[in-house]
Ligand binder design. Structure first.
Ligand code: COA
Ligand code: AMP
Length: 631
């Protein structure tokens, strides 16, 4: 085992040797000769001269090693009242046939495939089928509306879209296919074909000549083998929210991704082949990519695919029922899910009904884990409750408590210490490191480790501008925080227009673009205010055009409906107020931070740079105390 400090200093003293050793866990076709290509610094590529196949490592090699009869995926779906087990042998069959369906219709290495699916095993099958033939998948979260799908289709230019007829949200059946049809109708780029999984809860109308029925196509397909790809060839693009309505296409390469994820399974999560790993997230998010699909399968574990909610499907005991029933060793979820459970089961009455002895630890990520929630979980589970911090961009934890190396003391409110590969510094505005305990921008010294983003899809300039230009020599995380004397980091806030609602990363800038398109809206601002359950929730403030003489509450309702229609229900945009004026500095910058403090009932001062103090006083009357911050 060793200690965290010795592992971290091993990495520091020779980063390339550290990752070369970790690369031994991958079955390469041609192993890497060069670990890191740095000739284009500050752009870096890991294992670029190797050839490999991610699907082979996640599926085929386990069957070859005798794990064919082991469950690869367990689908537990309280919303459809079904449970399905798929062994590694069955997974290999499903994946190689779907790969055959795609390949037979012209999808090949480097082509993009958009996947828009609910939490069914076929979502993982589709991702792996793309990986198998070297195609680049781009999964779009089901809670996004047609417009968001359009933006992603136009940017990724997929040859095919793989989707399903519907998803099930609690008690509600959500038809996916009409959204997909609307998106394809609106998009500039048209995919050649779609593959649609027909679910019995709502069957989809098929477009002749374009839509292919998943079951029929797979039944008649010839399985295909793995296509060798380069270590620095893209495995996927995952779009994530940035400052504007145009999301950032985070690119993930094959080689470094496998190396990093395999390292984390052993050293952070402390699991081995045969263990059951459950990330209760969604395949549409990075947590789902890394820890529902790829990492558990690369490591030969059994991965859980859960189609349900932490509460209401049917009760707040669902998580604990699943842990007991499927012998889950590690559970990974967002703090919001725990807050939802805690709210309905404060005394843990449901939790106590289940035998949770097999659970080794609970990992939390995706948003700040408030100390109250951590303590509640610690008290009732009597297991390590580990907060860890990461981003879509990194694909794995930047800071964590590495259980597989050494269980460090837990400090509630902090996701612990930097992982090997990440040299974290807290910088002031001019890029100088600050003293321990001082708030600043969190930056990571380049190069970032394997598995992290090498660039943005077709947007290298935006990549440089968004992440590399502010602090030369560093990656700018977009998070602000502090590091204490022991090297523990705490993540306090975003430095950009990203908010985090129920563990979902959303752009207030994107919502503002939607509101600005309302015919009566002259100007607007969207801010993230405190929400006891979801961490943050968006609040819209709109000023109307002179001459707009319709009822204000009608316009407010239209604004709410517009954001739901354009971005999707996941935006959880439910509050919007008409205001006379937005408070601004003399240079015209909207005072968003001050408005958040006012809404959350925090201490605030009239900014010296304000143009017209009466605007802020008026806003304070309207939104003061609307927010409810967590501890
Ligand atoms: N497809 C379609 N709609 C979706 C969706 C999906 N995949 N995911 C969410 N939605 C909808 C929800 O039904 C809800 O619709 P509504 O406004 O009609 O009620 C809306 O989007 C907002 O969703 P959410 O913010 O998740 O709220 P919720 O009330 O449905 O659930 C929680 C609240 C706390 C139970 C839920 O947010 C949760 O489990 N969070 C954990 C988050 C998580 O795992 N994040 C991943 C990052 S690690
Ligand atoms: P995403 O890219 O969706 O994973 O969101 C990444 C952002 O979520 C980070 O930049 C943080 O702002 C926030 N985040 C993720 N994990 C944590 C954590 N453990 N503590 C605090 N914030 C977190």
């Amino acid at each position: 085992m060793g200690s965290y400090l010795s592992t971290y200093s091993d990495w520091q003293s020779d980063p390339q040797a550290f990752w070369a050793k970790a690369a031994g866990a991958v079955d390469w076709i041609d192993p890497p000769k060069q670990v890191l290509a740095d000739s284009a610094a500050p752009l870096f590529r890991w294992f670029a001269d190797a050839t490999c196949n991610t699907c082979f490592n996640a599926v085929d090699r386990h069957v070859a090693a005798g794990r064919g009869d082991q469950p690869a995926i367990i689908h537990d779906s309280p919303v459809t009242d079904s449970k399905t087990v798929i062994t590694y042998t069955e997974l290999l069959d499903h994946v190689s046939r779907l790969a055959g369906v795609l390949a037979a219709r012209g999808v090949s290495k480097g082509d993009r495939v958009v996947i828009y699916m609910p939490m069914v095993p076929e979502a993982l099958v589709a991702m792996l089928a793309c990986a198998r033939i070297g195609a680049v998948h781009s999964v779009v979260f089901g809670g996004f509306a047609a417009h968001e799908l359009v933006v992603r289709i136009n940017d990724a230019e997929p040859k095919a879209v793989v989707s399903a007829s519907c998803g099930i949200e609690g008690q509600r059946v959500t038809a996916y296919k009409p959204l997909l049809d609307e998106a394809i109708a609106q998009s500039r780029h048209k995919p050649d074909f779609t593959v649609i999984l027909q679910r019995p809860q709502a069957r989809a109308e098929m477009v002749a000549g374009r839509d292919i029925d998943w079951d029929k196509a797979v039944a008649g397909a010839a399985p295909v083998d793995c296509t060798p790809v380069g270590g620095a060839d893209p495995l996927y693009i995952l779009y994530t929210s940035g400052t504007t309505g145009q999301p950032k296409g985070v690119v993930r390469h094959n080689g470094g991704h496998m190396v990093a994820l395999l390292w984390t399974m052993k050293n952070i999560y402390k699991v081995e082949a045969g263990d059951v790993f459950w990330a209760a997230s969604d395949v549409g998010w990075v947590v789902g990519h890394s820890y529902i699909c790829y990492a558990p399968l690369l490591a030969g574990c059994t991965t859980m695919v859960f189609e349900g909610k932490p509460v209401g499907t049917p009760d707040p005991g669902t998580f604990w029922r699943i842990v007991e029933e499927h012998d889950v060793k590690v559970l990974f979820t967002a703090p919001t899910a725990l807050r939802a459970i805690k709210r309905e089961d404060p005394e843990a009455t449901y939790l106590k009904k289940y035998d949770l002895n097999g659970l080794q630890a609970l990992f939390l990520a995706g948003e700040r884990a408030d100390p109250d929630t951590i303590r509640w979980a610690q008290t009732h589970l009597q297991k390590p409750v580990i907060d860890h911090w990461w981003q879509t961009e990194t694909g794995w934890a930047i800071a964590a408590n590495p259980l597989g190396i050494e269980e460090l003391p837990i400090k509630p409110g902090s996701p612990a210490v930097p992982m090997p590969g990440y040299d974290i510094e807290i910088l002031d505005d001019s890029g100088h490191p600050v003293a321990p305990g001082t708030l600043g921008a969190i930056a990571i010294k380049l190069p970032l480790p394997p598995g992290t983003l090498p660039t943005l899809w077709k947007a290298e300039e935006r990549f440089r501008k968004s992440y590399l230009d502010t602090f030369p020599g560093y990656y700018e995380t977009g998070d602000a925080g502090i590091m204490d004397e022991d090297g523990y980091v705490s993540i306090m806030a975003r430095t950009d227009d990203v908010i985090n609602v129920a563990g979902h990363r959303l752009s207030t800038g994107a919502m503002e673009e939607v509101l600005a398109a309302h015919p009566d809206v002259a100007e607007c601002a969207v801010i993230g205010i405190g929400d006891k359950l979801k961490g943050q929730s968006p609040l819209g403030l709109v000023c109307l055009n002179a001459g707009a003489n319709r009822a204000e509450d009608e316009i407010e309702k239209e604004c709410v409906a517009l954001v739901r229609h354009e971005i999707g229900p996941v935006a959880a945009f439910k509050k919007c107020f008409v205001v006379d004026a937005l408070p601004k500095t003399r240079s015209g910058k909207i005072l968003r931070g001050t408005m958040v403090a006012i809404a959350d009932g925090a201490a605030w001062k009239m900014p010296a740079t304000i143009d017209d103090p009466t605007t802020l006083d008026a806003i304070a009357e309207q939104i003061g105390g609307l927010g409810e911050a967590t501890s």
